[in-house]
Design a protein around this ligand. Structure first.
Ligand SMILES: CC(C)(COP(=O)(O)OP(=O)(O)OC[C@H]1O[C@@H](n2cnc3c(N)ncnc32)[C@H](O)[C@@H]1OP(=O)(O)O)[C@@H](O)C(=O)NCCC(=O)NCCS
Length: 203
């Protein structure tokens, strides 16, 4: 488990598939998170995918719960990719409970993933991507220190037109230079509690 402010990261379990079945077939959610509103995933397909992913230990996949309610609200992933021996973490998330969009939770999830990547897994860089029309994701990534690093032009076809796909990345030293400010902004009154959990007492 990894607690960060109001959110808790825990492993995905088989019983979460009921919830995933609802989220992964939600057209609006899939439009933003996968650039494919028309996604139809049966329970059997989800179960198969779940079994296959159990073998991919390098990739971390989480269910996110709100600490206050202990109820799942979305998912997140941190995939380890090595580009020319540079340890890279590819991150992604969605909040399945759409009524919670726009309340700062996405920013908290993103900073939590960066904490895991840079202060626990010793990554050198992180990257992420989003469709051109996803301004919530764009603003979240920029607010967390990411820089827009590239564009695949007109690669998505959604709702009757083509859209670009944006890439973002963040180097370890860039993150560390803004880390405390980001922790303060996202954790607020929970900052001390978090710093306490990552403090190693000596002797
Ligand atoms: C993208 C997502 C994770 C962001 O999380 P969130 O909790 O909704 O976002 P936050 O409340 O942390 O706000 C992030 C930024 O978006 C802005 N924002 C909020 N609502 C917005 C809206 N309706 N339109 C545009 N921007 C919006 C916020 O002002 C904030 O920007 P700022 O830091 O410059 O003020 C979440 O909206 C989500 O799950 N969306 C659907 C799936 C998805 O897009 N996943 C990401 C795929 S790349």
């Amino acid at each position: 488990m990894f607690q960060f402010g109001n959110v808790l990261f825990r492993p995905m379990e088989k019983q979460d598939l009921e919830l995933l079945h609802m989220w992964e077939n939600d057209a609006e959610l899939m439009m933003y998170s996968r650039s494919r509103p028309l996604t139809f995933l049966s329970m059997i397909q989800l179960e198969k995918r779940f079994e296959e992913r159990l073998k991919e230990e390098k990739h971390l996949r989480f269910i996110i719960e709100l600490v206050d309610t202990m109820k799942p609200i979305g998912i997140a992933r941190l995939e380890q990719r090595d580009w020319d021996n540079v340890k890279t973490g590819h991150i992604g998330t969605y909040i399945g409970k759409k009524e919670l969009w726009g309340r700062g939770i996405g920013r908290q999830i993103t900073v939590a993933l960066l904490e895991m990547a840079f202060t626990q897994l010793n990554m050198e860089r992180c990257d992420a991507g989003s469709a051109e029309y996803n301004s919530r994701a764009y603003k979240t990534l920029i607010a967390c220190g990411f820089k827009k690093s590239g564009t695949y032009r007109k690669i998505h076809y959604v709702n009757g037109r083509k859209w670009d796909h944006f890439y973002f990345d963040l180097l370890r030293e860039e993150y560390l230079s803004v880390r405390m400010e980001l922790l303060r902004l996202t954790l607020r009154d929970k900052l001390e509690q978090y710093l306490e959990t990552i403090r190693i007492s000596e002797g």
